[in-house]
Design a protein. Structure first.
Length: 246
């Protein structure tokens, strides 16, 4: 069994066949289809801490959604001197330790990095939680074939939102990951209502959104049902250990 992220990054031959227009379409997205909604952040002083900043900002969103900490407290300077912050830092470092780049993080965090954590949290909140719409944080999608149970970032109303907060625009891997979530949701025992997808980078101040049917056709020339069926067939019919020697 592998994660959706590994599947999105690997299996290039399969993805090139099933999403033949992906590279061209991502160029179009980045070239003019994205919406610039505000100025990007200043360049990070320590590139190796970008992942930690991003994980912690989303962790603040989780704490708010679970009512662990209040909005007022999370937005105050007191938060960064609290046990709540220490807990969040420990959880975030433990999560990143699972990945090779996790060991590259440097502590203590600078004032600029703490400000970026707070700013990213507030931007995600303002876009998707501030208006009272139904929001699911970490939506769960049943595993299928050789793909484990997976968790998206959030669903706002009927919009599946994938948050990418690096110092870059969107990539082919990003759209593959969104497709995987849509496939897993489609074949889940209790699928969630999703009719639109969104890629959102609060650090870069850019967003791209599109209805699912159009998104699938632009990437593959297939209807959503046809595309989901092809991906599901691949992950169910193939044994990734034997065929791909992972």
């Amino acid at each position: 069994m592998i994660s959706e992220v590994t599947f999105a990054k690997k299996f290039t031959s399969f993805w090139n066949e099933i999403l033949p227009n992906a590279k061209n379409y991502v160029r179009l997205i980045n070239g003019g289809l994205i919406e610039a909604i505000y100025e990007p952040f200043e360049t990070a002083d320590r590139k190796n801490n970008i992942a930690l900043v991003n994980v912690m900002s989303f962790g603040m969103l989780r704490r708010y959604s679970k009512k662990v900490d209040s909005w007022a407290f999370l937005c105050s300077a007191k938060f960064f001197d609290s046990t709540s912050f220490d807990e969040l830092l420990f959880e975030s470092m433990s999560y990143l330790a699972k990945f090779s780049y996790g060991s590259e993080c440097e502590l203590p965090l600078s004032s600029k990095e703490k400000n970026q954590i707070s700013h990213i949290f507030k931007l995600i909140f303002a876009r998707h939680l501030a208006h009272g719409q139904r929001v699911i944080i970490d939506p769960s999608f049943d595993g299928c074939g050789f793909i484990n149970e997976s968790f998206g970032d959030l669903i706002s109303g009927s919009v599946l939102v994938e948050i990418k907060s690096g110092e870059r625009r969107f990539s082919v891997t990003d759209v593959r990951q969104v497709i995987i979530y849509l496939v897993l949701n489609h074949y889940s025992e209790n699928p969630l209502m999703i009719d639109t997808v969104e890629l959102f980078n609060p650090r870069m101040g850019i967003v791209f959104s599109e209805e699912i049917e159009s998104f699938c056709k632009n990437l593959s020339a297939l209807s959503s049902h046809e595309l989901f069926s092809e991906v599901q067939k691949f992950i169910v019919d193939n044994n990734f250990v034997e065929v791909y020697d992972f």
